[in-house]
Ligand binder design. Sequence first.
Ligand code: FAD
Length: 470
Amino acid sequence: MQRDTVFDLIGVGFGPSNLALAVRLAEQEQQGEAPLTHCFIERQLEFGWHRGMLLDDCRMQISFLKDLATLRDPKSRFTFINYLFERGRLADFVNLKNFFPTRVEFHDYLRWVASSFDERVHYGERVAAIEPVMAAGGSSQINALRVHSADEAGREWHRVTRALSLGLGGAPHVPEMFASLGEAGIVHSSNYLHSIDRLAGAPTDDKRRRVAVIGSGQSAAEVFTDLTRRFEHVDATLVMRAGALKPADDSPFVNEIFSPAFTDVFYGQPRERRDALLADFRDTNYAVVDRPLIEQIYEMLYLQRIEGEARHRLCAHSVIEAAQRTAGGQIELTMRDTLSGRRSAERFDALVLATGYRRDPHRTLLAGLAQHLGDALAAHEVGRDYRLSTPAHFKPRIYLQGCCEDSHGLSDTLLSVLARRSDEIATALREGHTRARGERTNRMDQTTQTTQIAQTKNNGVGDGRMAVAL
Ligand code: FAD
């Protein structure tokens, strides 16, 4: 009988979440824990952290001490400080007197950590579906999951696992009115650096390019600023429903909600109070901008007035009611001013949608399991250990990372809790694995006894072999 290799864990996505888990599993093994067979599947061809927004001068929004390991174990070899040390920049970094490295440097740190796990990661494969593997012997019990992936050349892989860790990140949110226009001249901010040269076009003597950035959060502000600096021939307009760019609240008491310990507090609340907490602290992360960047934008717009040429604009209080393509290939936005109620139409050569991310890709990926999962997926029933609740006959464990804001708090989509969360998941995974192995051994013992009794009754007829696949 041909048997699949059965992994103890497959991680889908190899961004910071599953990278942190890889680190923790490696450390546990080094500390003498039994090895778990595991691998990760990542659709990018190599490690990359939001490469489409890796703008030269943008800084991290959390302290470098909230790296993949320090808050759990400052002595880990995977800390940001050890990265600096090994790269020979530790003393120089100290001279910067800054807790917030550039994103380019943090990306390099993450890539440095990821390079230790190259053998465990299947890059260049997109996981397309996950289906149940039923127990042998016609039982309705599901013992494992089959993970289907394919690379760009169309080659397919199928791997079987007893546990999954989904760290898929967000999917670009494209409002319907833009999605229906097709892709020409429109890019989501997640793809900004990969597309902007094409969108901005080559400079010509007689025609300036008009580019609108839609949104009022950090990405919108970063893209707007970048456009004004990158291209002489581009006039940038920032269109936003909000009345002003508002600063992110990163004051110390407020920042405590991003401490790993706050996850317990948040998780312990009833649903209404969790919702209230999310609403109360929303301005730490959503539709807000780092204060220094707001000040830079204000000053840039102010300086334009001295020069007397207002090339770049900020259109606040503006709701986009419609978007359509013109015969000349431009995009016309119909905007309503929420203060005056007045409508106006403006034409742009290109749009950058800084409209945020959906946190539901895990639902699409798990759709093939929906009939076996009961209400757990729809109702987002997730344990404190990030494990999706599953019915008794569904044995594989599914851990969710980055899509548990509703249950685990605002830090869930960010980097702040990674050092702790990876430990919580790795520990839960081991406990679950040990328990499941015990159950399997019990089942095998019972089956062996039954088989022996049956063989005795049959006067020894039969070879006593069993097809206990999992
Ligand atoms: P991601 O980093 O999004 O990684 C998910 C990975 O899964 C990706 O590599 C993707 O290619 C892969 N993947 C998805 N689907 C599949 C599939 N079907 N098959 C195979 N692979 C798949 N947070 C902070 O705390 N501080 C910051 O300073 C900060 N800066 C940010 C800047 C930007 C521009 C953005 C967009 C976000 C930022 N964030 C920041 C939030 C961000 O969510 C986290 O930094 C972090 O990326 C979360 O890691 P993750 O692994 O959960 O998700």
